[in-house]
Design a protein around this ligand. Structure first.
Ligand code: GDP
Length: 385
């Protein structure tokens, strides 16, 4: 689970609401303080935290609650909603359209932010859902950029376009998009060059590529380790191209990711996905309510069901249910179930969708369980061959 430290701090603060014998003003104040300190330690901007604190205080009048209301749940609900507001800009991102013309999505961001890796993760995410997806490398600035995209795309089985010799990113982007449009691809992802810092050359090139391919969505990729500086960076990119969504990467490695997420939200940009590792499946849809729910250990059942539906073969499951009724459950059935669970993503991610599951599993237990499932799967695969 990303931002685990912040999560345990928030959970602890909220559980004090359940554990206090008498829930009075003093207990509420101390809970709000604990939450505020946790958020600031996760690098959330002091002003944003101050605003959230005021909002919570103004809604909780513990001595004058309407009769019949469960005080503890009421308090928790208010805190939950206010935490959601911190990471939810309330703006809807671009939705992929099924139509004759392709959905062209242009990726922008600084060098090293994880842009190329994220392009592949994004392509795989939609390819798994059945879309015909292709990748175009229009990064001619960084030596080896095309090789990296080619390697990633090959590994992920995604068609790609690029060149070792062409140095004009605008020409490459235009030609790549044209080729894949002619080939009737539904989603064409254009990876553009980055620079070490925000500079005029980068922005000019971005504008030209954008004019050439006329994207339906511009995705800004940002490294979470920059924390609160995310606000300036996101604003700078937004001022030059029409950024429609943001992907925040490397949330696995940073206790300060809360700062980046809330800073991006403060620029009214919707965060659509987060990167949670170097592997292509370490990539999660971002939904503010679900994210905060998981952070607080409340899980997110709708997301779990959605993931299950994506990998489940319904006809096969009906057959398995029939077999189970007759007391039949073979090793083959078990292997199929293990494979299905593994296809849903890393086990650590799955467990966080189940309310309270974090309390059931000890630290490191998830990795151990994943490894054991994989071992059983590999062994059985060998036996069958
Ligand atoms: P680009 O220069 O923006 O295209 O960045 P790359 O895609 O080359 O990524 C830079 C480094 O960040 C690579 O080593 C990636 O494996 C790594 N990376 C990308 N996304 C993530 C993430 O979500 N978590 C972690 N831990 N590493 C990531």
């Amino acid at each position: 689970m990303v931002l685990a430290e912040l999560g345990s701090r928030l959970k602890k603060a909220l559980s004090s609401v359940s554990d206090e014998v008498i829930l009075d003003e003093k207990a509420i104040k101390s809970m709000i303080n604990d939450i505020s300190v946790g958020l600031m330690e996760s690098d959330v901007n002091v002003m944003l935290v101050g605003k959230m604190k005021k909002n919570i205080e103004s809604q909780i009048d513990i001595n004058n609650l309407p009769k019949g209301i469960n005080k503890r749940n009421h308090v928790k609900q208010i805190v939950f909603e206010e935490l959601c507001k911190l990471v939810d800009p309330g703006v809807k991102p671009y939705q992929m359209q099924k139509r004759r013309e392709p959905n062209v999505v242009m990726f922008v961001g600084l060098q090293g932010s994880g842009k190329t890796t994220t392009c592949t993760k994004y392509a795989m995410y939609y390819a798994r859902k059945g879309w015909r997806v292709a990748l175009v490398c229009a990064d001619t600035f960084r030596a080896g950029a095309f090789d990296q995209l080619k390697q990633n795309a090959t590994k992920a089985n995604i068609p790609f376009y690029g060149s070792y010799t062409e140095s004009d990113p605008v020409k490459l982007a235009r030609e790549g998009v044209k080729q894949f449009t002619d080939e009737r691809f539904e989603i064409i992802i254009v990876d553009t060059s980055g620079r070490h810092k925000q500079e005029e050359n980068l922005f000019e090139e971005m504008e030209q590529v954008s004019k050439a391919v006329n994207p339906n969505d511009v995705v800004f990729v940002m490294d979470s380790s920059i924390g609160q500086a995310a606000q300036d960076q996101a604003a700078a990119f937004k001022s030059r191209v029409s950024v429609g969504s943001v992907i925040v990467t490397k949330l696995d490695g940073h206790a300060k990711g809360g700062g980046a997420l809330s800073a991006v939200a403060a620029t009214s940009s919707p965060i659509t996905f987060i990167g949670t590792g170097e592997q292509f499946d370490e990539f999660e849809e971002f939904d503010a309510r679900g994210f905060v729910g998981r952070l607080l250990g409340m899980g997110h059942i709708p997301q779990l069901l959605k993931k299950a539906q994506e990998v489940m073969n319904i006809d096969k499951q009906k057959q398995t249910l029939e077999n189970l009724k007759e007391g039949k459950y073979t090793v083959r059935d078990m292997r199929e179930h293990f494979q299905m669970i593994m296809n849903m993503g890393p086990l650590t991610q799955l467990m966080s969708y189940i309310p309270g599951a974090d309390k059931l599993m000890g630290k490191g237990a998830e990795q151990e369980s994943s490894a054991q499932m994989k071992l059983i799967d590999d062994h059985h695969g060998l036996d069958e061959r």
